[in-house]
Design a binder for this molecule. Structure first.
Ligand SMILES: Cc1cc2nc3c(=O)[nH]c(=O)nc-3n(C[C@H](O)[C@H](O)[C@H](O)COP(=O)(O)O)c2cc1C
Length: 200
C-alpha cells in the first residue's frame, strides 16, 4: 500500500510536469506572458466499448484533456444482443482467449500519458484489453484507468493492467455506472482536476 501511495504521489508530480509542458490545449493567449516553447508531451485516450458507455466517457475525457483517441476494435465483432455477448465473453474469459485487434496505435513512443478505458466484464478487463496490453509495451508511461460498469466498479481491472504493464505508473482511476455516464461529466471533470489535469 505504501509503495502504491508513493508511486501515485510521485506520479502527480509527473502529471504536473506533463501539463506544464503543454499537453493540454488552451495555453497562452492574448495578454498572457509568452513562455518559451517546450517539448510537447502527448496524451492518448485508448478505450474499448461494446455498447457505447465507455466511448461516451472517453469522449468526455477528450473534451477536457484533449489528445488523441484510439478505439480498440476486435476483428471478430461481438454480438449486439445482450445474452449473446454475455455467452461469447464468458467463453473467451474461461479460455483466456485473446481476440485479434483490427489496428495498432501508430507511434506509441510519442505518448507519455495514456488513459485506458474499459467496460467491466466479469469483474475485470474484456479480453480485447488483455490483447492490447500484451501487444503494446507501456513501460515508462503513465496510465490512467477508467471504466464503466453495472455495479462492480473498476473491479480487478486496475490490478490486471498493472500486471500486464508492470513498468508503467498507474494513477487513480474512475469508475462510472454505465446507466449514469451521460450525466457524469461533472464527476469526470472533478477526477481530472484532482489529478492536476484541468487548467484552473
Ligand atoms: C459480457 C459482459 C459482462 C459484464 N460483466 C459485468 C461485471 O462483471 N460487473 C459489472 O459491474 N458490469 C458488468 N457488465 C456491464 C458493463 O460493464 C456495463 O454495461 C458497461 O457500462 C458497458 O460499457 P460499454 O457500453 O462501453 O460496452 C457486463 C457487460 C457485459 C456485456
Amino acid at each position: 500500500m505504501i509503495v502504491l501511495a508513493l508511486m501515485v504521489s510521485a506520479s502527480f508530480g509527473a502529471v504536473g510536469c506533463l501539463l506544464e509542458a503543454g499537453s493540454l490545449s488552451g495555453s497562452g493567449g492574448v495578454g498572457q506572458e509568452q513562455k518559451p516553447p517546450v517539448p510537447s508531451k502527448r496524451v492518448l485516450i485508448v478505450y474499448f466499448s461494446h455498447s457505447g458507455n465507455t466511448r461516451e466517457m472517453a469522449n468526455q475525457i477528450h473534451g477536457i484533456v484533449g489528445g488523441d483517441l484510439f478505439e480498440i476494435v476486435t476483428v471478430q465483432p461481438y454480438p449486439q444482443e445482450y445474452k449473446a455477448v454475455i455467452a461469447v465473453a464468458k467463453r473467451e474469459r474461461d479460455s483466456q482467449f485473446r481476440p485479434k485487434l483490427t489496428k495498432r496505435v501508430e507511434s506509441l513512443d510519442s505518448y507519455d500519458l495514456i488513459f485506458l478505458g474499459y467496460p467491466n466484464w466479469y469483474g475485470t478487463l474484456p479480453m480485447a484489453l488483455m490483447t492490447f496490453l500484451e501487444e503494446n509495451d507501456l513501460s515508462g508511461k503513465t496510465i490512467v484507468p477508467f471504466c464503466t460498469h453495472g455495479g462492480g466498479g473498476l473491479g480487478k481491472g486496475v490490478e490486471d493492467i498493472q500486471r500486464l504493464a508492470p513498468r508503467a505508473t498507474l494513477l487513480e482511476g474512475l469508475a462510472v455506472k454505465g446507466a449514469l455516464v451521460k450525466t457524469a461529466k461533472g464527476d469526470v471533470e472533478n477526477w481530472l482536476r484532482k489529478l492536476g489535469m484541468v487548467r484552473p
